[in-house]
Design a binder for this molecule. Structure first.
Ligand code: AHR
Length: 343
């Protein structure tokens, strides 16, 4: 396909060189250390130029997601990927997207840190004729034509799976009539992972008048915050039956807090522990019976994106919503997946 923006690619190349030089000179002390430029493309290569604003690097899941995309959109596959890490800040994402627009990239991809606040910048991308692909999280937009496709997880369903698992587990344990006290470590406030997992779990919880959600508190999807928030839960609530942690990294922190207080979790423990993501280190804890259940959130989205862009390049239509496949892991089935989990 002929690329209409050759002169911008040349400009983009020069800008990337300057950014690379600047980032080397200021390594460790400037904003460009989060921009990872590849070797600059030349016109003959006819590469598809993609600007990707990743929201941050808060979790093992996020690292796996970035790697999956970087592995798919390679030079060998015909791509030049400019990767920009927004460090959890929407303003950084908006700045990166505006940068991609002024460079006239072929596609813009981003994983929205929170759902709201994207209409203006996406309108600018649309006006510039650049297709936008949303990755992982969703954006809440007045006009859906502001993006071409979204690839990610059905996170309402993830939350519901957690609720359904708890329902069945309590029944199996003969505890379905018991008063059950629940605390929830939530992810980044306003992110679709936090909003939808919460909504999905509530869809099931509201059918059980004996389930009491004592507190839901954000812990930003990080281990450090997970520990801090779990310590607060333990100080304030004496009788917790269930901990729900909306990602594995927060679960690791929560586990540290509970261990320090001599509290056990899991299959034979004091507290039922439900986690999300299913990264390898957490699946090991499922296998050991320390986490009861891990609801998978699949970060391997690179191949889906590759296929979407290839179709668009061929002038084919693509599905607007592309949901990745996901499982539920318990001690019963986890061992068959442990060896092949790469992240
Ligand atoms: O949006 C996906 C969520 O974001 C993952 O569950 C979490 O680990 C990440 O930080």
């Amino acid at each position: 396909m002929r690329r209409p923006y050759k002169k911008y690619i040349r400009l983009f190349g020069r800008m990337t060189c300057l950014m690379l030089l600047f980032s080397v000179l200021t390594a460790g002390c400037g904003p460009f250390q989060d921009v990872v430029p590849e070797e600059v493309p030349n016109e003959e290569e006819n590469l598809v130029v993609v600007g990707f604003s990743q929201l941050g690097s808060e979790s093992l899941w996020r690292t796996a997601n970035s790697e999956s995309i970087q592995k798919a959109l390679t030079r060998e596959n015909g791509f030049f990927l400019e990767f920009s890490n927004a460090r959890q800040k929407q303003e950084n994402q908006i700045k990166a997207i505006r940068g991609f627009i002024s460079q006239r990239v072929d596609y813009i991809m981003f994983s929205p840190v929170t759902e709201s606040g994207w209409d203006t910048v996406l309108r600018e991308a649309k006006d510039a004729g650049i297709p936008v692909i949303l990755v992982d999280r969703k954006a809440s937009l007045e006009d859906d034509s502001l993006y071409t496709a979204w690839v990610g997880s059905d996170m309402i369903s993830e939350g519901e799976k957690a609720g359904i698992w708890l329902e069945e587990y309590l029944k199996k344990e003969g505890r379905e009539e018991e008063e059950i006290n629940i605390v929830v470590l939530q992810g980044t406030v306003g992110s679709s992972a936090q909003l939808e997992r919460t909504k999905g779990f509530h869809n099931i919880a509201r059918e059980h008048s004996n389930w009491h959600i004592l507190k839901q508190e954000p812990a930003d999807f990080t281990t450090a915050k997970g520990k801090e928030v779990m310590e607060m839960f333990l100080r304030n609530y004496a009788d917790i039956d269930v901990v729900i942690s909306q990602n594995d990294d927060m679960t690791f922190g929560a586990l540290q807090a509970m261990e320090e207080k001599g509290i056990t979790t899991g299959v034979d423990g004091d507290i039922i522990l439900i986690s999300f993501d299913a990264v390898h280190d957490a699946l090991k804890l499922v296998s050991q019976g320390i986490i009861n259940v891990d609801i998978e959130c699949n970060p391997e989205q690179g191949e889906y994106i590759l296929e979407i862009i290839r179709k668009l390049e061929n002038g084919e239509s693509v599905d607007k919503e592309n949901i990745v496949e996901e499982k539920v892991f318990t001690q019963e089935n986890v061992d068959e997946y442990l060896d092949t989990r790469t992240y």
